[in-house]
Design a protein around this ligand. Sequence first.
Ligand code: SF4
Ligand code: SF4
Ligand code: SF4
Length: 278
Amino acid sequence: MKSKHLRLISQIAFFAFIAIIAVNHSLTEIGRGLGFVPELSLHAICPFGGVATLASLIMGQGLIRQLHASVMVIGSAVLLLTLIFGPVFCSHICPLGSIQEWIGKLGKKIFKNRYNKLIPQKLHNILKYLRYVVLVLVLVQTYRTATLMFANVDPYYALFNFWTGEATIAAISILVVTLIMSLFVERPWCKYACPYGGLLGLVSKISLFKIRRNEATCVSCGLCDRKCPMLIDVSKKKKVTDTLCNRCMQCTYEEGGCPVDRACYNGILNAKQQEEAK
Ligand code: SF4
Ligand code: SF4
Ligand code: SF4
């Protein structure tokens, strides 16, 4: 089975899992919970909550109200996964990333070659740093208030709570704008606003596995650039260190993003090291 099929199965499974947990949480509150589903709130399985909690603990503020100790375990597991494989949480697990990608598939059908070209590259190169502005604001506000302030504007929280009355109007509005934008721009929230994606992108700078290009066999066709949803110039790099790369693998030979075997691949060793290891 190709890794793109495994990725899709993983995305659907995690989306369904979080949706069932969220629906069951609502049903439990009216005494109709599904007995076979664990009673969890979204706050108990939010990996970003783990990061915010860690920051809060380090700065001596203690645990954040609303959050459970389980988020520390989940947050640490995602960080470890990222240190090894890069931000695969974003490409394989996160339901908000998945739903943007699925809407994007419809956008590609409608707009064909014009899809994902709405924002000029120069503007994109500036906007992609917005994630870090949001990350700093979220951590500062979380520290100051010891509450997960981000939930008030978090489209992920809104996606699985829009029917409960717990999601704010602001969060639901941001979700709707994100989903509409996904018809024109691939993963707009991931690219320009998500603080968690920004953080995982930073961690991935030192990840073991990276997307690499073999300069000796590359024929400079540029297909990898055109395939990349995050607008990264893969064909100009020896290895991709851009924090936007979520390891979706769409640029690689294995996924049909490169026509030359081993010219664009996900691995630990560069092409020269691979030759020497033979
Ligand atoms: S960038 Fe944020 S919203 Fe996008 S997939 Fe990653 S964690 Fe999810
Ligand atoms: S560089 Fe490759 S793996 Fe990274 S986001 Fe672009 S297509 Fe996906
Ligand atoms: S798709 Fe492959 S051969 Fe074409 S530019 Fe990218 S790495 Fe080189």
